[in-house]
Design a protein around this ligand. Structure first.
Ligand SMILES: *Cc1c(COP(=O)(O)O)cnc(C)c1O
Length: 359
């Protein structure tokens, strides 16, 4: 067996110990004689799995009792519609556009009501986070929407926007569980899990209870109502059972490793190794305004597309895979999520230093 250093933006690297545990339990989950994939979601064994998963994410994030934790399907993209369908009571919402995912959410919301783009960083290829201290927030906005960590462009909000009292809805897909978070600052936090937590398809939403009501836009299907999932413990229908089981294992891995405070320190250490090198390199440079840099996604370029492609090829051959940047930014992107070991980053930087000497 040979594992590579996988810098994919998502689906992405998972902790090796989690994969090993899942492998060990594949044929016989704890004496049940079957795999979790083959198990009724109404069984006692599965109820324990989902209950523990919820309890563990509550502990990790310090989620207050007046917030629901929902495990749903459809990835983050399905939330682009579910959010307006469920939360746009006045049919008005304000969106801050800091990249493609925010833009997609905004465009989807426009199908359901008046979505306003109150700020954007499109003018500089989304390489920064706009000043959000005094935005023209709509008086009757149902919520203010952000994408907190911009997976493609490598920016992160280090300060949340001033929403002027409106509920904040945040897509945290690519920074989920990467640092401690004050849940009370949000009306809703959600993310697809395939960046930092588990297998694609599962989406986790943490929503303040008073936002989960029957007052949804007319025509909202049963499956797309938060209340349906909240009233049924995320098991109105068959949930993405195996995916939730893996998420649960990752929660336990985080708890064993000191929780989110430790994770943040580790992520800062890893990112610093890469950013320090990029800041000193004559060949490679980062593409993002320094103060807005993400700890999770690190885009960089040489400035020469041909050289970029050559580097990506050489890196792949050396076991550093999925470094090709998003097509809208070009160059390279190293995604260094929670489960990327520090050795992976150290070895990548050593490889880049060596490469720089040779060209
Ligand atoms: C990947 C990603 C999405 C889309 O996730 P899907 O599960 O594929 O729908 C949305 N938002 C952000 C920030 C992402 O990184």
């Amino acid at each position: 067996m040979s594992r590579v250093y996988n810098f994919s933006a998502g689906p992405a690297v998972l902790p090796e110990s989690v994969l090993q545990e899942a492998a060990d339990e594949m044929l016989d989950y704890r004496g049940t004689g079957m795999s979790v994939m083959e198990m009724s979601h109404r069984s006692k064994a599965y109820q324990t799995i989902i209950d523990e998963a919820e309890a563990d994410i509550r502990t990790l994030m310090g989620i207050p009792d007046n917030y629901k934790v929902l495990f749903m399907q459809g990835g983050a993209s399905q939330q682009f519609a579910m959010i307006p369908m469920n939360l746009m009571k006045n049919k008005v919402a304000d969106y801050i556009i800091t990249g493609q995912w925010a833009k997609k959410a905004y465009q989807e919301a426009k199908m359901y009501g008046q979505a306003n783009a109150v700020a954007s960083s499109a003018d500089k290829t989304f390489s920064y986070i706009p000043d959000c201290s005094d935005l023209p927030i709509s008086e009757n906005a149902d919520y203010v929407y952000i994408c907190e960590n911009n997976t493609i462009y490598g920016t992160k909000y280090w300060q949340l926007p001033n929403t002027k009292g409106k509920d904040l809805v945040s897509d945290v897909s690519s920074c989920f569980l990467s640092e401690p978070v004050d849940v009370t600052k949000y009306g809703m936090i959600y993310g697809g899990v395939q960046k930092n937590i588990g297998p694609a398809g599962v989406v986790i939403a943490i929503i303040r209870e008073d936002l989960i009501t029957e007052d949804v836009l007319p025509g909202t299907p049963t499956m797309l109502r938060y209340k349906t999932h909240a009233d049924n413990g995320s098991m109105y229908n068959t949930p993405p059972a195996y995916g939730i089981y893996i998420c649960g294992k990752v929660f336990k891995w985080l708890l064993r490793n000191g929780g989110l405070t430790e994770m943040k320190a580790y992520n800062e250490k890893k990112a610093a190794i890469l950013y320090d090198y990029l800041d000193s390199s004559k060949l490679f440079h980062g593409t993002v305004v320094k103060k807005d840099r993400s700890l999770m996604n690190v885009p960089f370029v040489t400035g020469d597309a041909e050289l970029d492609a050559k580097f990506v090829k050489a890196a792949t051959e050396a076991g550093f895979v999925n470094l090709k940047g998003h097509r809208t930014v070009g160059g390279m992107r190293a995604s260094i999520y929670n489960a990327m070991p520090i050795e992976g980053v150290e070895k990548l930087v050593a490889f880049m230093e060596n490469y720089e000497k040779k060209v």
